[in-house]
Design a protein around this ligand. Structure first.
Ligand code: SAM
Ligand code: DTB
Ligand code: SF4
Length: 364
């Protein structure tokens, strides 16, 4: 039976979030095991290719030009800088590079052409490429797809109700429009949010309603804990507790069984035990590298030591089957390419939109 539902109500989601913890953990872990290998965690490396000076007013963000934060702004990185960083990430066990730019939206022109070249370059390294560049048109999404983009990150961040309290320079509806543009391009969708911004539990549930009602649901959902940065309007927010993070991860797993749930910002404040509980509750991806975009993240050696202790394995990247030289086994299973790009992990053939369904099989 297909467990994926798109009609969750806020009340149903709140009832899950509020379950006795042991029941919540058991339910989430049971669903997790049906759809994913519980010992495999995808590792993604963030790269801030253009830092600071953003015209938007997102209340959580140290990169908004209007807040006096202590970050070092940078122009767009060069393709060779990006390639060097991607190679370093690959050597440390990462299968995906996520390039972030402090832009409100993508503008056609030389800078976008440079980003397209970055996408092509990382793609040739047999790594999954993700971008998060702000709002996109359908045509820009298609151009990114042609360059080999695997995923586009565009977070809903919070519920539709709370959104206007966090950001005034764009609307929740704008976010949904970009996600729709990405979907039409056949790039996979990465969309999640932040907890700890002063939202109510109902807003956390509301955000999950919005994400789960997308059809198809996002292939990955980052759950960030607010990093309260001095100079932003949210500098004095109380940190969330590990129990809130575990409950949010578990609830996300239950309402989006097939998605990759990514433990994102906030891991520096979490113990190894806390993170282990999140993996048990269904988190199966992390951002690795000693920096997120502008704020600290655990050291990659520390993360690899945690993986070893917990018996977790980093997931292999999806690669396009048009690069068969990198397929180690099962070449005879190669199928003719249809109109949509097909992606595989070594030894397996997967049509990209089928990727999540087949992921558990792939990692066996
Ligand atoms: N400018 C693009 C956009 O807003 O979509 C891409 C970059 S933006 C920094 C990407 C995401 O980072 C945001 O949507 C938000 O979820 C997350 N983020 C930014 N600042 C954060 C913070 N202080 N704590 C946690 N997450 C944060
Ligand atoms: C996401 O959900 N979290 C990442 C990534 N997508 C782009 C960004 C976290 C940023 C945390 C604050 C900073 O380092 O600037
Ligand atoms: Fe700009 Fe993105 Fe930060 Fe908002 S979250 S201020 S859009 S970089």
């Amino acid at each position: 039976m297909n467990e994926t539902r798109h009609d969750w109500t806020k009340e149903e989601i709140l009832a899950i979030y509020d379950k006795p913890l042991m029941e919540l953990l058991y339910d989430a872990a049971t669903i997790h095991r049906k759809h994913h290998d519980p010992n495999t965690v995808q590792v993604s490396t963030l790269l801030s290719i253009k830092t600071g000076g953003c015209p938007e007013d997102c209340g959580y963000c140290p990169q908004a030009a209007r807040y006096q934060t202590n970050i070092e702004g940078n122009d767009l990185m060069s393709v060779s800088q990006v390639k060097a960083q991607a190679l370093r990430a690959k050597a440390s066990g990462s299968s995906r590079v996520c390039m972030g730019a402090a832009w409100r939206n993508v503008k056609d022109g030389p800078e976008f052409d440079q980003v397209l070249e970055m996408v092509r370059t990382i793609n040739k390294l047999d790594m999954e490429v993700c971008c998060t560049l702000g709002m996109l048109t359908e045509n820009q999404a298609k151009r990114l797809a042609e360059a080999g983009l695997y995923a586009y990150n565009h977070n809903l961040d919070t519920s539709e109700d709370y959104y206007k309290d966090v950001i005034s320079t764009r609307a929740f509806e704008d976010r949904l429009q970009t996600i729709d543009n990405v979907r039409k391009s056949n790039v996979t969708v990465c969309s999640g949010g932040i907890i700890g911004m002063g939202e109510r539990l109902g807003d956390r549930a509301g955000m999950l309603v919005a994400l789960a009602s997308l059809n198809p649901q996002p292939e990955s959902v980052p759950i960030n804990a607010l990093v309260a940065v001095e100079g932003t309007p949210m500098a004095d927010m109380e940190p969330i507790s590990i129990w809130e993070m575990v409950r949010m991860v578990a609830t996300t797993r239950i309402v989006m069984p097939e998605t990759q749930v990514r433990l994102s910002a906030g891991r520096t404040e979490m113990s190894r035990e806390g993170q282990a509980m999140c993996f048990f509750a269904g988190a199966n991806s992390i951002f690795a590298g000693d920096k997120l975009l502008t704020t600290p993240n655990p050291d990659v050696n520390e993360d690899m030591a945690m993986f070893k202790q917990l018996g977790l394995n980093p997931q292999k990247p999806f690669i396009k089957v048009s690069q068969p030289k990198t397929v180690e086994a099962g070449d005879s299973q190669l199928q003719p390419l249809g109109e949509k790009p097909k992606w595989t992990r070594p030894g397996h053939i997967i049509e990209r939109n089928e990727a999540v369904k087949d992921r558990a099989k792939v990692t066996e």
